[in-house]
Design a protein around this ligand. Sequence first.
Ligand SMILES: Cc1cc2nc3c(=O)[nH]c(=O)nc-3n(C[C@H](O)[C@H](O)[C@H](O)COP(=O)(O)OP(=O)(O)OC[C@H]3O[C@@H](n4cnc5c(N)ncnc54)[C@H](O)[C@@H]3O)c2cc1C
Length: 397
Amino acid sequence: MITCDVAIVGAGPYGLSAAAHLKAANGLDIRVFGEPMSFWERHMPKFMLLRSPLAGSHLSDPDQDLTLQGYQASTGNAITSPLPLCRFIDYGRWFQSQAVPDSDPRKIERVEKNGMGFRLTAEDGEVWKARRVIIAAGIEPFAWRPEEFKHVPHELASHSCDHHDLSSFFEKKVVVIGGGQSALESAALLHEAGADVEVLVRAPFVRWLWRQKWFHTFKPVARMLYAPADVGQAGLSHLVARPNLFRRLPRSIQNKWGKRAIRPAGAAWLNARCQPIRITTSRFVTSAAPQGARLALTLNDGAARHVDHVLMATGYRVNISQYPFLPSSLLKTISMVDGYPTLNNRFESSVDGLHFLGAPAAWSFGPLMRFVAGADFASRNLTRGILGRVKSIKSHK
Ligand SMILES: Cc1cc2nc3c(=O)[nH]c(=O)nc-3n(C[C@H](O)[C@H](O)[C@H](O)COP(=O)(O)OP(=O)(O)OC[C@H]3O[C@@H](n4cnc5c(N)ncnc54)[C@H](O)[C@@H]3O)c2cc1C
């Protein structure tokens, strides 16, 4: 059995940032498992542009050398806004090569409690022992598919995360379900790839994130209203950017404002690309039945649609029991609320030494944890917490 002090499961923005901070902090032996940036490469549409602004799209390292600007200066690859997906993936991999060159691309198949620490089994059967485990495994298992499509074959109805290349829908009739950025951008990309697209939106209207000229371009006003990460509306954005403040609000307010900060909306720059697309509001599918190679849909107003495919851009619902590598014996010892682990200020769950980063930390630290921009706060607090524990254990010996 090979041992390390800290094992990190997942090499996305959160896992890589946490590793950069922990590695720089002292002589802890850190191992990062997983293929760097693989969720972004395999589960997002190829020509997507990031919705988050450049200031909210940096991974985090302690000296802030490995920013997007650092990447541009080092590689000569231009950083443009909005940032194309392929450039962001390349940035993430460059970050990994600088901060965690020894990361291990293998998947972890199982994480179990093992005395004072944990036992991790890699996909090839190799076993590792770690004092601490940081789960930074992202949202892929949480993709939410509406009930009406549970029994529809995958060839006829799929989740937006099932695709990277939408060109296979050339000349197909596709209904996209959802009214958020992912639905609207997928619809635009499908249309541009030659598909005949309709978007069905449950809400009575599509919310576009129009930039008020004064609010966003007059710098002093913009700074007063919006934090650099730009998550949430004017004013709320600053609260979201301070997770230690956000988490002290009464739970009912955290829930209400947390939902508000991430409500479905499309970036303003996407609006013109959606103009040629039929967007039908106040509609949702009540039944879906395969008919040969096509799908017959009935909508809530009784109308029918016959399509080649339904693309569900219906988001993600965090539930850590969906992580395939967490056995039920471990899960039942983790204190949870609505599928989220409850975390202390070290991002540690009720199981000593087991930490969670990214979207699963959103119940404890607010909506910033769902975005790349939250990686800086999470990595700094996690590292401070872990090093504090290591020091206090050493001083008690
Ligand atoms: C379509 C779409 C667009 C988005 N756009 C933005 C945006 O513009 N800006 C923004 O801030 N956020 C955006 N997000 C949210 C984004 O997913 C998160 O901000 C980001 O991925 C969080 O990073 P992470 O490290 O938590 O997760 P991920 O990036 O998902 O990284 C987790 C990694 O862990 C790996 N992993 C999982 N299980 C294992 C295992 N058992 N062993 C080893 N590795 C494992 C996964 O393969 C993955 O590579 C978007 C999400 C979607 C779906």
